[in-house]
Design a protein around this ligand. Structure first.
Ligand code: XMP
Length: 506
């Protein structure tokens, strides 16, 4: 187990993911909440930070229980912190260093740079520089602009690097982390999907015992993996509810429900389409639509949960990024957040909570899903927003508009699959615009709807770029849509990146 102390860097989660990729378990804790019991942690990593160590309001935690006592690696701010507070000197750099740099490695007995090539590319992002090393400091590497790009402290397992080993552009960053964690700190590489499944199933058995658990399935990866894990632990005492809000993709409710049943899950499909449509009637404002859907979902779920007698637990597919930041920006998981809730707490929200995935990153959820034998197509599905097609129908929502968009979306998505493009795209969908345009079909003038197609590449939905889909694919798709979907006479392709645009149109 490895402790990552977060000083607020945008890359902290990336450090954790790189460590996990080495099959090593790690936890991120904020710098001002260092765990009282450090025994479980075999090594500690200090993250970067947007602060300057020289500033009074910068994070200045007491590291006396860690430094010199546990293997310690300071990254960027972490490296500067170790210099600034232990007898070295940090000053503003003459030139700020951002981006690519190449390391010149000093020969040393330390293993940090073992098998890392001379001149290896690293990624820098800092405006302060370490002028003097701390007491006992031995330089390990420099770049053309930064003399002290890496150092260690003599007589301790303390290491510090100015660059970011966690980012993709630091070519041998993972090797460096492995050198530190495995070869210096001696941490075991035993965090595998199989080990996670074994221990989690055992923990769930202990925790839940013979009690009943209710879980909302969404068709997405997180809720599905959570359900299969729980099912493995407690079998038929897991009651799954899968709500059709009428805003899913074409035929999705039926096909996903069948898949769930094939997996042996005890699942009840509830078709509440009419109830959602009613709640959305005449609602055109994006946030109001989201609220109406959230509220209706909670009502439907609460009604269904009441049908099950003596439930003790509510299971959720919460994943680690939600826990760290407490805000979930993407993903289809049915995470029930208190802010959805207007008025008193519905009864199911008074249940005890069980969140089997709360320590996993998204890619780990997929690996665990594969370990559990969940179908590859289900695990590889694009993210789909909770409010579904409601936020892809701009303006108010009617049954007819939902039908049109479902048809268009199905042609687009099936086309991506047929052309082998589906897995190259992070997320794709169609948007029904609130305008009509003039067209001609045969000798007839038409005045019908416009749809936009959107396909983006991304890693986490925070930033995204449009995908350069083949013209021939776009041409065939556009033809198919206009010929087959009644009510549409024009197709456009969205070529905006995020930022400044967003992935969804509302
Ligand atoms: P944006 O449009 O903000 O989308 O660039 C980023 C990611 O979040 C998804 N998204 C949502 N997911 N409820 C959700 O569960 C929502 O209200 C919502 N809005 C956007 C979007 O599909 C993309 O993956």
């Amino acid at each position: 187990n490895v402790l990552i102390l977060d000083f607020g860097s945008q890359y902290t989660q990336l450090i954790a993911r790189r460590v996990r990729e080495l099959n090593i378990y790690c936890e991120i804790h904020p710098y001002h909440k260092i765990p009282a019991n450090l025994d479980p942690f075999k090594a500690v990593i200090l993250s970067g930070s947007p602060f300057s160590v020289r500033s009074d309001d910068a994070p200045h935690p007491d590291l006396s229980a860690i430094k010199g006592k546990k293997p310690l690696l300071g990254v960027c701010y972490g490296a500067q912190y170790l210099a600034h507070f232990y007898g070295g000197k940090v000053a503003p750099s003459a030139t700020r260093e951002y981006g690519r740099a190449n390391l010149s490695i000093v020969k040393d007995e330390a293993k940090l740079f073992d098998e890392i090539t001379e001149n290896t590319q690293v990624w820098m992002s800092h405006s302060d520089t370490i002028k003097d090393l701390p007491v006992g400091g031995k330089r390990l590497a420099s770049t053309s602009d930064v003399l002290n790009a890496a150092y260690r402290i003599d007589g301790e397992d303390t290491y510090a690097i100015q660059f970011h080993p966690e980012v993709y552009h630091t070519t041998e960053g993972k090797r460096l982390l492995e050198n530190f964690l495995v070869h210096i700190a001696g941490v075991e590489q035993s965090w595998t999907p199989a080990a996670f499944v074994d221990t989690t199933v055992e923990e769930l058995k202990q925790k839940v015992g013979a009690d009943k658990v209710v879980l909302g399935l969404s068709g997405g990866v997180d809720s599905t993996v959570a359900a299969v894990l729980l099912h493995k632990a407690i079998g038929k005492n897991l009651y799954c509810i899968f709500v059709n809000n009428g805003l899913l993709r074409k035929d999705e409710f039926e096909s996903v429900l069948d898949q769930y049943k094939d997996m042996g899950l005890n699942v009840k499909g509830v078709d509440a389409s009419a109830r959602f449509l009613k709640a959305l009637k005449d609602e055109a404002d994006p946030e109001a639509k989201r609220k109406a859907i959230g509220k209706t979902f909670i009502e439907v779920f609460d009604d269904e949960a009441h049908e099950i007698t003596d439930v003790t637990y509510l299971a959720q597919g919460t994943i680690y990024p939600d826990v760290i930041e407490s805000v979930s920006v993407n993903g289809p998981s049915v995470t029930i957040k208190s802010h959805h809730n207007v008025g008193g707490l519905p009864d199911f929200m008074k249940l005890k909570i069980v969140e089997p995935l709360r320590m996993l990153f998204k890619d780990e959820v997929r690996r665990v899903g594969a370990e559990l034998g969940i179908d590859k197509t289900l695990l590889g599905r694009h993210p789909f927003p909770g409010p579904g097609l409601a936020i892809r129908i701009l303006g108010d929502i009617t049954a007819e508009k939902v039908r049109i968009l479902q048809e268009v979306d199905a042609i687009f998505i099936n086309g991506l699959r047929e052309w082998g493009l589906y897995d190259k795209v992070w997320q794709a969908g169609a948007i029904l615009l609130p305008v009509n345009s003039v067209g001609v079909m045969g000798d007839e003038r038409t005045y019908e709807k416009v749809v936009a197609l959107r396909a983006v590449e991304s890693t986490d939905g925070m930033t995204a770029d449009w995908v350069n889909l083949p013209y021939e694919f776009l041409q065939k798709t556009s033809n198919a849509i206009i010929n087959r979907v009644k009510g549409v006479n024009r197709v456009v392709y969205d070529i905006s990146s995020k930022p400044p645009a967003t992935i969804e149109w509302e």
